[in-house]
Design a protein around this ligand. Sequence first.
Ligand code: SAM
Ligand code: DTB
Ligand code: SF4
Length: 353
Amino acid sequence: MTATSIRHDWTLAEIRDLLALPFNDLVFRAQSVHREHFDPNEVQVSTLLSIKTGACPEDCKYCPQSGHYNTGLEKEKLLEIENVVAEAKAAREKGASRFCMGAAWRSPTKKDMPYVLDMVRQVKSLGLETCMTLGMLNEGQAGELAEAGLDYYNHNLDTSEKFYNHIITTRTYQDRLDTLETVRKAGMKVCCGGIMGMGEDEDDRAGLLMQLANLPHHPESVPINMLVKVAGTPLEDVDDLDPFEFVRTIAVARIVMPASHVRLSAGREQMNDQMQALCFLAGANSIFYGEKLLTTSNPEADHDRQLFQRLGIRPEQRGEPHTDNEREAGLIEAMEQERNRHLFYDAAERKSA
Ligand code: SAM
Ligand code: DTB
Ligand code: SF4
C-alpha cells in the first residue's frame, strides 16, 4: 500500500465525492489511511474543564453559554487557580493525558491573562499536555501562552463559510482564520474542527472539511462535534442529523487530514456504543473523557473505560517528546506513560474498592 500524501489542495468536488461514496467503501478507505499513520487500537484521551462559564457576548446559536439566550445556566467568574489544578490532578489520576480549559469569552482581557498563564504553567507541571480555548487571540496573547508552555489552542471554524452567517453574527469567518494563523505563528499546535447537525447540508460539511484540510498546516487535532441541543438556544429544535452522515464526516476528515487526531467530540452521550465504535472504525482517535464537557454532560468515565476494554482500545499516551530536554527525559517519559495507562484502567478498580 502506498503511503497517503498530505495534501492541502482539496477541491470541494473531491470532498463531496468522498462523502458520497458507498458507506462500506468510505469506511474501508478511511480505516486504511488511519492505519498508515496511527496505531488503530489507540485513542487519545482529553478532559475538559470550563474555567469561566456563561454570559458570553457572542451569539453562537448552538451555545448554552451565549449571553444572548436564556438557557438557565448559572454564570461563573474565572475559577481560582487552585481549583483548576485540583481538577487537572483528578483528570490525570483517571488517566487523561491532556487537560483542556475553556472560557466563555470573545477574547481574553489584559486582566485575565496572568491567571490563565499561571494555569498553563501549573497544569503543565503535573505532566499533562495543556490545551486552552479562550476565543480570539492577538499576537501578544498567543506569544505569552506559547511561552507559558501551552501545547494546543482550540478555535473551531464550526461550519462552512457559506453557512457560518446562519450560526454566528458577532464575529466573522475571517476573524476565526486570523486567530488560527496567529496561534500557528506563535508555535502552538492547533485544535480546530466544527459541529455537525446544526441544519447544515452535505455541501456545508464538505466546505468545512475543505477549509480545514487546505490550511497551510493541518490542525493536529480536529474535533468533530455532534450538536448537543440545549433548551433556550435557537438550535434546540433543529432536526437530527442522520448518524451515518456524522460517521461519513469523520471518515472524510480522516482521509483528507491523514496524520491529524480526529476527535469524536461533543454529543457522545446521545450516541450508543455501536455508533461510537463505528466512529472509531472510520478513523476517530480522540475523545473527551470525564462526566462533563464544558456545561453539558458526557458519558460516565466508567462506561468509557468499559467501552475501551470491550473494543480492545488503549488510551494513547503523551505525544513524542519535542525539545532536547524532553528527549533526554525520554526514559522518564516512558515510565510516566506506562503509569498513566495503568491509571486509566485501574481507576475503575480503585473506585469500587
Ligand atoms: N468561547 C470560545 C470560543 O468559542 O472560541 C471557547 C469555548 S466554545 C464553547 C468551544 C467550542 O465548543 C465551540 O467552538 C463549539 O464548536 C463547541 N460547542 C459549543 N456548544 C456546543 C454544543 N451545544 N454542541 C456541540 N458543540 C458545541
Ligand atoms: C470542541 O470542539 N468541543 C468542546 C471543546 N472543543 C472546547 C466543547 C464542547 C462543548 C459542548 C457544550 C457544552 O458542554 O457547553
Ligand atoms: Fe461564547 Fe464560545 Fe459559546 Fe460562542 S461558542 S457563545 S464564543 S462560549
